[in-house]
Design a binder for this molecule. Sequence first.
Ligand SMILES: *[C@@H]1O[C@H](CO)[C@@H](O)[C@H](O)[C@H]1NC(C)=O
Ligand SMILES: *[C@@H]1O[C@H](CO)[C@@H](O)[C@H](O)[C@H]1NC(C)=O
Ligand SMILES: *[C@@H]1O[C@H](CO)[C@@H](O)[C@H](O)[C@H]1NC(C)=O
Ligand SMILES: *[C@@H]1O[C@H](CO)[C@@H](O)[C@H](O)[C@H]1NC(C)=O
Ligand SMILES: *[C@@H]1O[C@H](CO)[C@@H](O)[C@H](O)[C@H]1NC(C)=O
Ligand SMILES: *[C@@H]1O[C@H](CO)[C@@H](O)[C@H](O)[C@H]1NC(C)=O
Length: 337
Amino acid sequence: MFFLFTIFALLIQAGDIDPNSLADYPYKLMHLTKNPDGSLTRAKDFYPTNPPNNSISHAFSRDVTLNKTKKTWIRLYLPNKSNLANLPVIIFGHGGGFIILSTATPSFDLFLSKTAGKLNVLIVSVEYRLTPENRLPAAYDDFLEALQWVKKKNDDWVRKYADVSKCIVMGESSGANVAYNAVLRASLMVRELRPLVIRGLVLVQPFIGGVLRTGSELRKAANTPGLPLVVMDFLWNQSLPLGTNRDHLYCNPLIRGGSRNLDKIKRLGWPITIMGCNGDILIDRQLMMFDFLKQQGVNVIGNFSIGGYHGVFLNETAEIEKLYGFTRSVFPSILPY
Ligand SMILES: *[C@@H]1O[C@H](CO)[C@@H](O)[C@H](O)[C@H]1NC(C)=O
Ligand SMILES: *[C@@H]1O[C@H](CO)[C@@H](O)[C@H](O)[C@H]1NC(C)=O
Ligand SMILES: *[C@@H]1O[C@H](CO)[C@@H](O)[C@H](O)[C@H]1NC(C)=O
Ligand SMILES: *[C@@H]1O[C@H](CO)[C@@H](O)[C@H](O)[C@H]1NC(C)=O
Ligand SMILES: *[C@@H]1O[C@H](CO)[C@@H](O)[C@H](O)[C@H]1NC(C)=O
Ligand SMILES: *[C@@H]1O[C@H](CO)[C@@H](O)[C@H](O)[C@H]1NC(C)=O
């Protein structure tokens, strides 16, 4: 089976295409067709999805509508265990460069099912709107709507099994970007979101950028097969608000002193954790973000390792265990062993 992972796994598999000779390289690579109205057709064969509750034995899953008008939904994962009560909640954003993939993509679906069982949490995975049909901040809006949905407890699993005062927000790659930006906004809605309480943020290899190239972008631009900067630039071009560039706050979290809401996050004491590895083209930016947040007085905790690649923390069993161990170490009272 063509096992989709993150967008970057896809890129590596397509490493035989010469990026420089093709203007439409990103389209070919991601099996996208551009429609006259600017929307994209995503070749169905390359984007398989799992139905709910079809995963491994770790958890049951179920899909619920988030907003019918926007065609957004949520996949919930409930651990396969007896005596479930007062489970912490992980609200999750999947990766895919904002423009492809789904929580139902097998790699994400399996990861989330496993995570629900291993960390003993209820997972609320947000199927946010994709770009370029719905440019940022649409995905951030949808993620915030998911927080409101959890707060309302208008669902059996949430009502019966979850303790919404123990919410951790997590995302991978572009999903980490969505989680970060949504949480920046949620920091101004603390009262409104109660009884939901955010306890902190887990950013797994966040997808961020900026106009000026970093060292790792320049270094790895050429030698990472199928992962050229041209594709990352394409993703931002398709995702950022029209008329902006990569020095928009949605892309570059450091620009112009960063979000004003960081002050709020600092006062709330929400830990922001960043996981990365130096095999990732984005590593320098993630390190810059870490240093920047530290300077701002935010409770930022990093876990940066040697080797790896973009997507490794969801792709390899040993790395997934590291992710669990690290997350537990940051939230010991919420995620006991
Ligand atoms: C993901 O893991 C599998 C199995 O370990 C490996 O074959 C594959 O290359 C990995 N994906 C990437 C993008 O490296
Ligand atoms: C999931 O599958 C199991 C086993 O087939 C079944 O018992 C359970 O009711 C299903 N759960 C949902 C929510 O559909
Ligand atoms: C729950 O998990 C256990 C242990 O992995 C497995 O034996 C059992 O079949 C699972 N239950 C369901 C309904 O899938
Ligand atoms: C769903 O989206 C529509 C259109 O943006 C909005 O007016 C409505 O308030 C949303 N519904 C909910 C439940 O958030
Ligand atoms: C995307 O690229 C086009 C063509 O170069 C440019 O006109 C446009 O401003 C870019 N948009 C964004 C958001 O980067
Ligand atoms: C990252 O977290 C894992 C799991 O807790 C730990 O084993 C490892 O030492 C940490 N690495 C770094 C560089 O902090």
